[in-house]
Write a protein that binds this ligand. Structure first.
Ligand code: SF4
Length: 266
C-alpha cells in the first residue's frame, strides 16, 4: 500500500494524499472518495497490520505456559513487529490519537480486534467464541496500558523494551494474582475458595448448567476432568480433583467463557 511505503520512509508528515495518489497511480479524487484524511488512510493501513497479526496468530496461536506467559509473548511479538518500522508505527500512533468522527469507527474496530487477539493469548488457542465479560475487560485494560506506553515510545520517552516492560508489569498485576490459588480477580464471579487448604484435595467442581453452553473450553484445558458428550452435555469426570490437577482445573475456571464453573471448598 502506497501510504505504508511513504510512512515507512518519512513518517506521518510524508503521507500526503496527493503523493499517495501519485505513488499508487490513482486519481486524487478517487482516493478522496475512499479516505477522508491522511489519518483515515493510516488507520486503514493499521487495519492491514492487524489482519497480518490475526493471520499469524491463527496459523500459530500463542501456546504453552500460563495465560500470563502467553500474554507476555503476544505483547512482546506485537510490539517488536510494530516498532521494527518506527516511522510507520509513530504515524499510526498519531492517526489513532488524532480522533475525530471520521476515524472513531476505525479506532473502535482496531480496539475490538486487538482485544480478541489478547483473549486468544489468554485462552492459548484460536477460536470464534464471543469474549466473556472478564476477557473483554482484561483485554481492554491491557490494550490501554500497551497503547499508552506505545505513545510514550513514539514521543521518545523510552525505548521498545519500556513498552514490553510496562505491559508485562500490568499483566503481572492483573493476571499474576489470578494464577495464585487464593487469587480472585480473574475468577470474578467464580470464586476459588481454598481457605488455606490448597494442596489437600479438598475442592469440588460445581457446574452451573444454566450457564454452560457445552463449548468444550474446559475439556480442552483439562480433559481429565471435563468431557462434552455427543448430545452436547457436559460431564464432570472427576468431581474432586487432586492437587496434581488443581492448576488445570483452575485454568478451566478462569477460561470458561460462560463463567459456569466454580471450584468450591468441599
Ligand atoms: S463449563 Fe464453561 S468451558 Fe466447560 S463446556 Fe460449559 S461453558 Fe464451556
Amino acid at each position: 500500500m502506497a501510504a505504508i511505503e511513504l510512512a515507512e520512509e518519512g513518517g506521518f508528515e510524508a503521507v500526503r494524499l496527493r503523493d499517495v495518489a501519485a505513488h499508487a497511480d490513482v486519481a486524487l479524487g478517487t482516493l478522496y472518495r475512499r479516505f477522508r484524511s491522511k489519518e483515515d488512510l493510516l488507520l486503514a493501513a493499521l487495519e492491514l497490520q492487524v489482519t497480518s497479526l490475526e493471520q499469524r496468530f491463527a496459523a500459530q496461536p500463542p501456546a504453552g505456559g500460563s495465560p500470563l506467559e502467553r500474554v507476555h509473548g503476544f505483547f512482546r511479538a506485537t510490539t517488536e513487529a510494530m516498532c521494527s518500522r518506527p516511522h510507520l508505527a509513530r504515524a499510526h500512533v498519531r492517526a489513532v490519537v488524532a480522533g475525530g468522527p471520521d476515524s472513531s469507527q476505525r479506532v473502535a474496530a482496531f480496539h475490538d480486534r486487538m482485544e480478541a487477539l489478547i483473549a486468544r493469548a489468554l485462552r492459548g488457542r484460536d477460536g470464534t467464541e464471543l469474549l466473556s465479560e472478564l476477557e473483554r475487560r482484561v483485554g481492554q485494560a491491557l490494550l490501554r496500558v500497551w497503547f499508552a506506553s506505545l505513545t510514550g515510545w513514539a514521543s521518545g520517552l523510552h525505548g521498545v523494551d519500556g513498552i514490553v516492560e510496562d505491559t508485562r508489569s500490568a499483566a503481572d498485576l492483573m493476571l499474576g494474582s489470578a494464577c495464585r490459588p487464593t487469587g480472585n480477580m480473574f475468577e470474578s464471579g467464580r470464586e476459588i475458595r481454598t481457605n488455606g487448604r490448597e494442596g489437600l484435595g479438598a475442592m469440588k467442581i460445581v457446574i452451573d448448567y444454566d450457564l454452560c453452553e457445552a463449548n468444550a473450553v474446559c475439556m480442552d484445558v483439562c480433559p481429565e476432568c471435563f468431557r462434552v458428550e455427543d448430545d452436547d452435555t457436559l460431564t464432570v469426570l472427576i468431581e474432586r480433583p487432586g492437587k496434581e490437577l488443581r492448576g488445570k482445573v483452575e485454568e478451566a475456571v478462569r477460561l470458561c467463557p460462560r463463567q459456569a464453573i466454580s471450584l468450591v471448598e468441599d
